[in-house]
Design a protein around this ligand. Structure first.
Ligand code: NAD
Ligand code: 89Y
Length: 344
């Protein structure tokens, strides 16, 4: 029998609870120790998940525990020091998105892990949502031919600030927090990007950053896409946290619409299906779509460690998604298109 991987979680905040639930669902790995600099969060998560080994200091965790991996669920400012600490201790690491506050930090983190010979995966989970995987499967089937246009859309007025108050305070908001997922989905579905043009707006006067972004991208494949996201869009039915997708191909179209309705018009006519994510026993609506993708990406990590393969959203891969974020902010400021290759 193969021994279970021993993991430790650093950062026991709002989202980490989903990660802890997901680890309980996954065979082949378990969380044996947790760390948070806030003793209250350590108690809440430690008691909820029955983890006795608790640390308020990450350096003490690395010094005391024998671990096969570390799952970093803190916010972006601490990602670089924690990933570098994992690399120094030769411990493979998962790091939450946004990977780092800057592309320069992210490149240094990838280098540290490469030099140490340890795996590094960014917890970029939206592409692992089952509806998005269903769109990818249609593209792979060839049914709509070669894609030439895409729209990845996330428009909502859901109050994300009550659960994640720091989102209201940052100079950067929607592109770095949510658009980063949409940009990654665009890469996942249509491939890497050569140029991005961006417009942003702040509609909600009570927050510091932008809550609306519209991005036009040239993909290296020749396809064009529009990635649009908003937390200022009040709709009759609140769709949070659904990502809607339109793809036009040479032989047909894909539409992922509200309530996970997937319509594919291809060489063999039109098929409509319900690609709703399952509601896991510990999950709660409307977050269940995201929660299911957490299980999927963490399971992928365990498979990658077992097989010695590179995670789909490795640190190196995620540099291309983070470069889109940096390019989007630069282009929103200059109102000029930004070339991606110059950043990478
Ligand atoms: P949070 O502030 O609720 O939790 C972060 C926790 O990390 C806090 O308890 C804090 O005390 C702890 N922490 C910070 N620095 C630390 C350090 N150096 N050592 C130990 N503990 C430290 O934040 P959150 O809302 O849970 O978000 C965490 C990350 O998850 C963010 O990067 C956010 O963007 C991301 N997130 C991802 C998704 C997703 O779907 N992938 C969804 C929500 C949030
Ligand atoms: O932090 C964000 C994320 O990654 O997914 C949704 C979210 O919680 C709020 O925008």
């Amino acid at each position: 029998m193969v021994a279970e991987l021993r993991g430790a979680l650093i950062g026991c905040g709002f989202f980490a609870v989903n990660q802890m639930h997901a680890w309980r669902d996954i065979e082949g790995a378990s969380i044996v120790a947790i760390c948070d600099r806030d003793p209250e969060r350590l108690t809440v998560v430690g008691d909820q998940f029955g983890i006795e080994r608790r640390y308020t200091d990450a350096a003490a965790l690395f010094a005391s525990e024998k671990m096969d991996f570390v799952d970093i669920a803190t916010t972006a400012p601490s990602h670089r020091p924690l990933v570098e600490m994992a690399a120094q201790n030769r411990v493979p690491a998962i790091c939450q998105k946004p990977f780092a506050p800057s592309l320069a930090d992210a490149k240094a983190m990838v280098k540290a892990c490469t030099d140490a010979g340890v795996a590094l995966m960014v917890h970029e989970n939206f592409r692992w949502q089952s509806p998005i995987q269903a769109v990818r499967a249609v593209l792979d089937s060839g049914d709509i031919g070669t894609p030439f246009f895409g729209r990845i859309s996330f428009r909502s007025a859901y109050d994300v600030f009550s659960g994640q108050p720091y989102l209201a305070r940052g100079k950067r908001f929607i592109i770095e927090d949510l658009g980063i997922h949409s940009l990654d989905i665009a890469r996942f579905l249509l491939g890497d990007v050569s140029t991005i043009t961006t417009r942003t707006a702040r509609i909600n006067p009570q927050i510091a950053g932008e809550d609306v972004a519209t991005m036009l991208m040239d993909h290296k494949s020749g396809a064009t896409s529009v990635v649009d996201c908003s937390y200022a869009t009040k709709l009759a039915i609140e769709p949070f946290p659904q990502t809607l997708v339109e793809i036009d191909g040479s032989d047909g179209t894909i539409r992922l619409e509200h309530n996970y309705r997937l319509t594919v018009t291809g060489r063999n006519g039109t098929a409509v299906s319900d690609v709703s994510p399952p509601l896991l026993p510990w999950a709660s609506r409307p977050w269940h779509n995201i929660q299911e993708s957490v299980v999927a990406i963490q399971r992928h990590w365990v498979d990658c460690l077992a097989n010695g393969t590179e995670p789909a959203t490795s640190g190196a891969d995620n540099l291309r998604t983070l470069a889109l974020v940096e390019a989007a902010y630069a282009g929103a400021a200059s109102r000029e298109p930004v070339q991606l290759d110059a950043l990478l």
